[in-house]
Design a protein around this ligand. Sequence first.
Ligand code: ADP
Ligand code: 5GP
Length: 220
Amino acid sequence: MVCPSASGESWSRSCGGAEWATTRVAVDGRPPLGGTPKVFVITGPSGVGKGTLIRGLLERLPELELSVSATTRTPRPGEEHAVDYHFLTAEEFEARVRAGEFVEHANYSGNRYGTLRSDLERRLASGAGVVLEIEVQGARQVRAAMPDAVAVFIAPPSREALRARLVGRGTDSSEQVDERLRTAERELEAQPEFAHVVVNDRLEQATDELVEIVRAAMDP
Ligand code: ADP
Ligand code: 5GP
């Protein structure tokens, strides 16, 4: 059996099952962050509704904070530096990778994205639960670095719905939509790796399901 791998991660017997790895080490040699589940990873293909669901989650559970990622992507109209992302040049991003400043990072659709350790640790230190909205490669790295993180895969009701949402959002060119949908095919294959899967069909129901997963993990 060929199992997907991420740096520093070793997989349990059945990597297709919804199990975390049996042996976990930090991605960069540092000790894993951990303790009570405080880090919530929301993953799934672009356009599936992660951002929309997270807005609902934060409204319902205001004790949570959303981590602000770094990216080399160009800001979209209305996006603000340090609010939506830390927008970095390719050189700045690479320098911060080399300095070990990322908990996880990945290439996605020709750009780089990553979670800054400083951003995450500052929020955790303030006592907040922290939500990471990241793609699948990053989710795998977080799983390796932070075994107590709770990861939720958001799935579309259908491929047609995913395309319609990406097109309807109006933020990507048709070439970018096609590229994101190609990536989505690979990401959808990762779904069985996740213990929690929420199908975002009816938004209200999906939000309820996500809130319940997070609430149960915070207050077992
Ligand atoms: P992601 O953050 O996963 O890339 P978004 O939250 O930006 O996705 O959602 C993509 C588009 O789909 C947005 O226009 C959003 O309003 C829409 N959307 C989100 N959830 C639903 C849903 N359950 N039904 C229909 N449209 C949705
Ligand atoms: P977008 O360009 O639409 O903002 O984001 C593209 C993809 O990158 C989305 O799936 C989003 O969840 C993901 N992403 C955003 N921030 C991060 C991050 O810090 N790390 C990783 N690995 N993915 C991210």
